[in-house]
Design a protein around this ligand. Structure first.
Ligand code: S3P
Length: 166
């Protein structure tokens, strides 16, 4: 049975994609990104999916993409920021090395920029990021086996810490 070396979780702006790429490189494995898997299945961007089909439809595709990635991929898996809100996904991740990339409001806002391509951030970016960080912090912590602080750190530094720990 294959098993990912690490599953990266955390909010938008935590650096999951960038850290995931660096971590995968240094572990000499490949990175699987569930947002990209959803886009491939749907044939459109996450943003267009939200607009055309709605968030609930996106979440169904995301749940299936996460289940497939965790079952099939033996490298690094990066999940969309909201994937672990689903209780079935939380259960599915038990027994896996789950790394929560923790980030504070200032760094998260800086990294997501103006929220381009992120449907949940339309409107007031700072207020939305703050709300999402507060709503989800406890869930990320409860699912994670490792918590890595990312504030003020480079993705290289964060990836090195995870590599040493997994
Ligand atoms: C979401 C995060 C996004 C993407 C979608 C919803 C969320 O992924 O899955 O826009 O609910 O936090 P990233 O965390 O990779 O930006």
């Amino acid at each position: 049975m294959t098993k990912p070396k690490a599953v990266l979780i955390g909010p938008m702006g935590a650096g999951k994609s960038t850290v995931g790429r660096l971590l995968a490189e240094s572990l000499a494995v490949s990175l699987r990104d569930t947002d990209e898997d959803v886009e491939a299945v749907a044939g459109k961007s996450v943003q267009d999916l939200f607009v055309d089909e709605g968030e609930a439809h996106f979440r169904r595709l995301e749940k299936a993409a996460v289940a497939a990635a965790v079952a099939e991929h033996d490298g690094v898996v990066s999940l969309g920021g909201g994937a672990v809100l689903d209780p079935d996904t939380q259960r599915l991740l038990r027994g896996h090395e789950v790394v929560f990339l923790r980030v504070g409001l200032a760094d998260a806002v800086k990294r997501v920029g103006l929220g381009s391509g992120r449907p949940l951030l339309l409107g007031n970016v700072r207020a939305r990021v703050k709300q999402l960080l507060e709503e989800r912090a406890a869930i990320y912590e409860s699912v994670a086996t490792i918590v890595v602080d990312t504030d003020g750190r480079t993705p290289e530094d964060v990836a090195d810490e995870i590599r040493a720990a997994v």
